[in-house]
Design a protein around this ligand. Structure first.
Ligand SMILES: Nc1nc2c(c(=O)[nH]1)N[C@H]1C(S)=C(S)[C@@H](COP(=O)(O)OP(=O)(O)OC[C@H]3O[C@@H](n4cnc5c(=O)[nH]c(N)nc54)[C@H](O)[C@@H]3O)O[C@H]1N2
Ligand SMILES: Nc1nc2c(c(=O)[nH]1)N[C@H]1C(S)=C(S)[C@@H](COP(=O)(O)OP(=O)(O)OC[C@H]3O[C@@H](n4cnc5c(=O)[nH]c(N)nc54)[C@H](O)[C@@H]3O)O[C@H]1N2
Ligand code: SF4
Ligand SMILES: [Mo]
Length: 754
């Protein structure tokens, strides 16, 4: 609570933190981890408290700021500084010939947007980005406005995040979401955590893992880095957690090579098939496969032929390690596999997730208590935004429902996703970029390409709480529309409003603002979307935007008629515990796929190539950030202090490359045989990461990730396997001009590696 008290003061802190994640309270706007059914008095984590503090700060950007700071000046500032300037409170406009934003009235801002969007040759010349913090109500109206305007150009942060998950699960299971509920964790015999760092990014998941362990589950981590949170967890809400050594979380830690997961999963499935061959009829779930699955024969034939030598090369693991995990899998009746960005941001991500499904289906780990697939989402409502129709390729049934309910014909052609959006801006096909939250140029791959593309547009509009890079890298003309945050009381003509969100296990619940808005001029996201829609659409469609703004129940009534599972939405949202959306695989082992069954699939193994003398660099999060928002310069669990310009490298790789711990290097990425991007003067940190696999922080390292390097089948940037070489940094500038040295205190805890 330290940062909250210092920044917000006692009153605001106590109001917020005692209501965080409580029934009738504020839903934590940080990650999408669910609330447990039985809540404690303090039901939030350190990073949740940081997120709340960051948003609810009483500090605001003064009107004078805009005259005092030119865009040229602001371009020199980093994300940390921009975020520290406080909350945005008034709309501002940058004219085409100006280097400054200037405060304008809301009316003026909406009029400019209305006029500029109306004057485009085609609605497809505009794109409307969404970040995953938007509420269901705001997201539903936003996509409605965009489709009424006439385009499906609805890229979102999911394109860079769990898109690979959506693609793989929709194809194989008929739904792109987790097939488990919160309570399944406590009932599992085995939980495999792949490509995820919950200690930092989903901290309260550790509580669920700890509980599962105390019920007898075993937990296995699969990760190239030894993540301290997965090794040992000190639950701050128990006496043992505060004064003791805490719980050792992972029973087995597989320090896999980058991108080796698909090979590991295939090797595990092969071992399952071998066990079945040795004791026919006793290992596979024959009843499940016969009744519910398709593609069984081909997939079994393919998996039994997996080549062990190829697996060992791709994973860097030993056969014994894989045997041990296979034994755990075979002993367990109920298995959950969870995953996040270490799986989704690889070239073969979709195929890898299809292999997760294969492994689970072989033993019927689907649609029964304590078992299933659990992608762990990022932003608190990123999943809900998709449910509400924020997607560039929503299926026909959804568009039909919109047409029925609102009486206009939505466009049917697929829109641009995030990567295609940059390409379209670069080629001049997209002239206006509107963002509902987020920090697009900060978050997308290939920063230089993205910034150049954004600068080529005619208009950029950002609906935001705080300043970030996307406000200073603009189109010729630019507008910032400041919005209320989730912590703040949202008053409309019908009274105080609440909004709803969907967490990673498909539970929907309400979030009520708790503190006074930081400035009375702020509008809610819903109000901004409604007024923008009115300004842009005029009376082209008859949608009662003003009524929606005045009473969010009216929005929920419409959602209940368009989106399945939301019947009686407003009433169900008012239930203290919210409600859980229907889920075919989880509830009834029904699968809305092409075959009407759960699909086992054949996926060809392809190793990630690493040229000699090069490393595979993953770009990840520190403990002191939320995506592009930097809270501070430390990464406590990895022993990093006072700096972010570090690259983690295996000590043996360092020796082989002739480099040393603490040395300054330049990082150069390579793509299709040529140099791509570079970072100058980064500090090398010898660290227990798998051989050949380095790591550096997102978003600084995004310059290294080529725009064209994307996952097959999801178009997600390959942020976890960038081919790089490290070159000793040659000091050109005098020592005094150098960036301050980040410190590393090697921990005694993270230590696997070989
Ligand atoms: N505090 C905080 N919370 C957050 C966020 C935040 O920035 N800060 N971001 C939110 C968002 S939007 C998201 S998407 C999630 C992200 O949550 P995570 O996916 O946990 O985030 P990353 O930091 O990208 O970590 C990726 C993990 O995968 C591992 N990994 C990398 N490559 C591989 C591989 O090839 N195989 C395997 N098995 N593992 C690999 C890395 O070592 C690392 O542990 O967190 C959400 N929550
Ligand atoms: N190299 C690399 N790149 C990555 C990733 C990676 O692992 N490596 N991860 C990817 C992932 S998983 C994701 S999800 C994306 C994230 O991409 P984004 O979602 O675009 O980025 P964020 O940093 O989460 O956005 C932060 C901004 O959102 C605004 N904001 C905060 N709260 C609110 C609110 O309540 N309302 C509104 N309207 N605005 C608000 C603030 O202005 C803040 O600066 O980045 C992706 N990029
Ligand atoms: S686990 Fe995620 S949602 Fe829960 S309090 Fe922590 S940051 Fe917030
Ligand atoms: Mo994400």
């Amino acid at each position: 609570m330290g940062p909250a008290l210092a920044e917000l003061g006692v009153g605001r802190s106590l109001t917020l933190l005692t209501k965080l994640n409580q029934q009738q309270g504020v839903d934590c706007m940080s990650c999408a981890w669910p609330d447990p059914t039985h809540r404690k008095a303090a039901e939030f984590c350190e990073n949740g408290a940081k997120a709340v503090t960051w948003e609810a700060t009483p500090l605001t950007v003064p009107s004078s700021f805009w005259a005092e700071n030119s865009l040229t000046d602001l371009l020199e500032r980093d994300e940390y500084w921009l975020g520290q300037q406080g909350r945005l409170v008034e709309p501002v406009h940058k004219a085409a010939d100006s280097d400054h934003y200037r405060p304008v009235s809301w009316e003026e801002a909406f009029a400019i947007i209305g006029e500029r969007l109306a004057s485009l040759e085609s609605p497809d010349q505009a794109a409307f980005y969404t970040s995953g913090r938007a509420s269901n109500e705001a997201a539903f109206l936003y996509q409605l406005f965009v489709r009424a305007y006439g385009t499906n150009n609805l890229p979102d942060c999911s394109n860079m995040c769990h898109e690979s998950t959506g693609a793989a699960l929709t194809e194989t299971l008929g739904i792109g979401k987790a097939t488990v509920a919160y309570d399944d964790f406590a009932q599992a015999d085995l939980i495999i955590v792949m490509g995820q760092n919950p200690g930092t990014n989903h901290p309260r998941m550790l509580t669920a893992l700890e509980e599962a362990k105390s019920n007898g589950a075993s937990i296995v981590a699969v990760n190239p880095l030894v993540e301290a949170g997965l090794k040992r967890y000190k639950n701050p809400q128990t006496v043992r957690g505060v004064v003791g050594r805490g719980t050792s979380i992972a029973d087995q830690y597989l320090q896999i090579r980058s991108g080796g997961d698909m090979a590991l999963l295939q090797a595990l499935s092969r071992r399952v098939l071998e066990a079945e061959a040795a004791a026919p009829g006793s290992v596979l779930d024959h009843a499940f496969l016969a009744e519910h699955a398709s593609g069984v024969e081909e997939t079994l034939a393919h998996l039994s032929a997996v080549d062990e030598a190829e697996v060992l090369a791709a994973t860097g693991l030993t056969s014994q390690e894989i045997d041990e995990l296979a034994q755990r899998y075979l002993r367990a009746d109920r298995v959950i596999i969870t995953w996040a960005m270490g799986i989704t941001q690889h070239r073969r991500a979709v195929a890898t997730i299809r292999e997760i499904v294969n492994l689970l289906l072989l033993r019927g780990n689907m649609g029964k208590p304590g078992a299933g697939a659990c992608p762990v989402r990022g932003h608190s409502n990123v999943q809900g935004d998709r449910t509400m129709g924020v997607w560039e390729k929503m299926p026909a049934w959804f568009l039909d429902a919109i047409e029925r309910e609102f009486g206009f014909a939505p466009p049917r052609e697929e829109g641009v996703d995030s990567v295609h959006g940059v390409q379209a801006m670069r080629e001049g096909r997209i002239r206006a970029w509107i963002s509902l939250g987020g920090n697009f140029v900060g978050a997308i791959s290939d920063t230089a390409a993205a910034e150049a593309a954004m600068r080529g547009t005619a208009l950029t509009v950002q609906i935001s709480t705080k300043l970030n890079r996307s406000h200073v890298v603009t189109g010729r003309e630019a507008i910032i529309l400041p919005t209320l945050g989730r912590t703040e009381i949202d008053r409309q003509t019908s009274g105080e409003q609440f909004v709803t969100v969907e967490d990673t296990v498909c539970a929907v619940h309400a979030s009520y603002g708790a503190v006074q808005p930081v400035d009375e001029r702020l509008l809610s996201e819903v109000a901004i979307v409604c007024r923008m829609a009115e300004a842009v659409l005029g009376d082209r469609v008859s949608i009662p935007w003003r009524d929606f703004e005045g009473d969010y129940d009216l929005i929920r009534d419409r959602i209940s008629r368009v989106v399945p599972g939301f019947d009686d939405f407003s009433a169900k949202a008012r239930r203290p515990e919210g409600f859980v959306l229907p889920n075919g695989p989880r509830d009834s082992r029904s699968f809305a796929t092409a075959t009407g069954r759960a699909m086992l699939t054949v996926n060809t193994l392809e190793a990630v190539e690493r040229p000699a003398g090069r490393l595979l660099l993953q770009t990840l999060r520190s403990h002191d950030q939320f995506n592009t928002t930097i809270y501070g310069l430390n990464d406590r669990y990895r022993g990093i202090k006072k700096g972010r310009r570090v690259v983690f490298v295996n000590p043996e790789d360092l020796a082989e490359l002739g480099l040393e711990d603490g040395q300054r290097v330049d990082i150069v990425s390579e793509w299709r045989g040529a140099d791509h991007g570079s970072l100058s003067d980064w500090r090398v940190v010898a660290y227990p990461t798998a051989r050949g696999c380095a790591a550096a922080y997102f978003p600084e390292a995004n310059v290294l990730v080529p725009l064209e390097s994307v996952a097959e089948g999801s178009n997600t940037p390959v942020s976890k396997a960038v081919v790089v070489r490290l070159e000793p940094h040659r000091v050109a500038a005098p020592e005094t001009d150098r960036a301050p040295e980040p410190e590393h205190q090697p921990d005694t805890e993270p230590s696997l590696t070989r």
